[in-house]
Design a protein around this ligand. Structure first.
Ligand code: AMP
Ligand code: ZN
Length: 467
């Protein structure tokens, strides 16, 4: 743990490895962006002016990280009979829709294909000292930079971190800067370069977009923990080569001063794999009746460096917790938010929150601080509202924009509409008022048969849900 000292006073510049837009994002991927968004919000909370880039990989990512296999974009394009460009556009839009649904604040989304000229320039600059050509393209020689793989604590000759498969590589961990289109083939996405017609290697784009948009060094680079082994060490090696700077004992030599990785969301039955037919994506949660922000809550409940196991029960628990918070916020809805003057009653919760957020983004504790603030008694509602808004600005749950009704579970394939349920419940209420319990029970049974759980006296005021 170290104190965050910005490269540019008063500013925080963050780069987050973005999605490869050849398919829908699964909710594990979305955990990476919820984490990055919460980090960005925390930096703003601390008063920094935030510049945050999340790139869009629309070229160059192969089905294997070992410079092998097909380009993910082209493979999906031929499978769907569309152009790679159409595939990229479609899945980028879907990704951005999911970000919005998760209250992820707008960020810059540069596309790799817009930076190919800049990537070629980088390649030219590094080529003489750091690269060599093979039949299949231009490769980076990792032995030409100091401390290669230090981020992953990798052993590069044997064992961990070993990646070869391409014949002729000098070191197992060498990687492609440029992939030549094989003779006699045409790719949908290809460009002319000094190393022949082809496409850039995947790692190059993040180095180039990071440098172009944020300048070297910038403050924080994020990504999922899988990137700590190959993608980020390779980015760092390129950055060292580009800057012609030395070893990694100097943090700024890696391009970004701090590298942060979120751990994985795991799911035991394998539904996270994009190759498993219907995989777990945000839309599936919505179709099963869960509000997307229940998933954000689920993410916040775990520390970003811990593995998080997905289960429907866990999601339902997160939804219930969110609902309790929304109910507390509803009680403050009439209050005018007051300037958050020093208020002794809120000091413990505010201090706890501040400490938790500053302690490597400890959102599980921060959530309990928010609950403490909400439970504080005999205080001015306006000040309470200000405190809740202050904390929610970091957590991004949007508590004052949500309603209990919006959080109600209603799967898309339900056999009954919401209006029909409300109508039946109104009839049932009238029957009960007249002590006509036979009718009341009959209506309840009717609803049960259609999959509606009627929840009399539910403390959360849910009244019904679709099972
Ligand atoms: P990709 O589109 O495969 O490049 O992945 C996009 C982002 O999601 C990267 O930062 C990955 O490290 C991250 N990621 C992939 N799978 C998971 C997972 N199961 N849980 C959390 N993050 C993930
Ligand atoms: Zn990246």
């Amino acid at each position: 743990m170290e104190v965050f000292v910005p490269v540019h006073p008063g500013e925080a510049r963050v780069y987050t490895c973005g999605p490869t837009v050849y398919n829908y994002q699964h909710i594990g991927n979305m955990r990476a962006y919820v984490f990055a968004d919460t980090l960005g919000r925390a930096l703003q909370f601390k008063g920094y002016k935030l510049t945050h880039v999340v790139n869009i990989t629309d070229v160059g990512h192969l089905t294997s990280d070992a410079d092998e296999g097909e380009d993910k974009m082209e493979k999906m394009a031929s499978r769907q009979g569309k152009s790679a460009w159409d595939i990229a556009k479609f899945y980028q839009e879907d990704f951005e829709r999911d970000l919005t649904r998760l209250n992820v604040q707008p960020k810059q989304h540069p596309r790799a294909t817009e930076y190919v000229d800049a990537m070629i320039e980088w390649g030219k600059q590094m080529a003489d000292k750091h690269c060599y050509e093979l039949e299949s393209g231009l490769y980076f020689d990792v032995s030409t930079v100091e401390d290669y793989g230090r981020l992953a604590r990798a052993v590069t000759d044997d064992g961990e971190g070993r990646i070869d498969t391409v014949e002729g590589k000098r070191n197992a961990a060498d990687f492609a800067i440029w992939r030549k289109t094989p003779a006699g083939e045409t790719r949908q996405m290809e460009w002319d370069s000094p190393w022949g017609k082809g496409a850039p290697g995947w790692h190059l784009e993040c180095s180039v977009m990071g440098e172009k948009l944020l300048g070297f060094p910038f403050d924080i680079h994020t990504g999922g923990i899988d990137h700590r082994e190959i993608h980020h060490p390779n980015e760092i090696a390129q950055n060292q080569a580009f800057c012609e700077c030395g070893g990694l004992s100097e943090a700024t030599n890696s391009g970004a001063k701090i590298w942060m990785h979120n751990n994985f969301l795991v799911e035991r039955s394998g539904k996270m794999s994009k190759s498993s037919g219907e995989f777990l994506r945000l839309q599936l949660l919505v179709d099963k009746g869960f509000h997307p922000l229940a998933y954000r809550m689920m993410c916040l409940q775990a520390h970003y460096r811990s593995e998080l196991e997905f289960s429907w029960e866990g999601l339902e628990a997160a939804l219930t917790r969110l609902k309790r918070m929304v109910m507390a916020a509803e009680r403050l809805s009439d209050a005018e938010s007051q300037p958050m003057a020093e208020h002794p009653k809120f000091k413990p919760a505010l201090d706890k929150f501040e400490e938790a957020i500053s302690d490597d983004l400890n959102t599980p504790i921060a959530l309990t601080a928010l609950e403490d603030a909400m439970a504080t008694k005999k205080v001015d509602a306006g000040i309470k509202r200000a405190v809740v808004e202050h904390m929610d600005a970091v957590l991004g749950l949007g508590l004052f924009d949500l309603t209990r009704e919006a959080l109600r579970i209603r799967p898309e394939n339900a056999k009954i509409t919401e209006a029909e349920i409300e109508e039946a419940l109104t009839r049932r209420k009238a029957a009960r008022a007249e002590k006509d319990f036979a009718t009341s029970d009959a209506i309840r049974d009717e609803l049960t048969a259609k999959g509606v759980d009627v929840m009399d006296g539910d403390p959360l005021g849910w009244e019904w849900k679709l099972g």
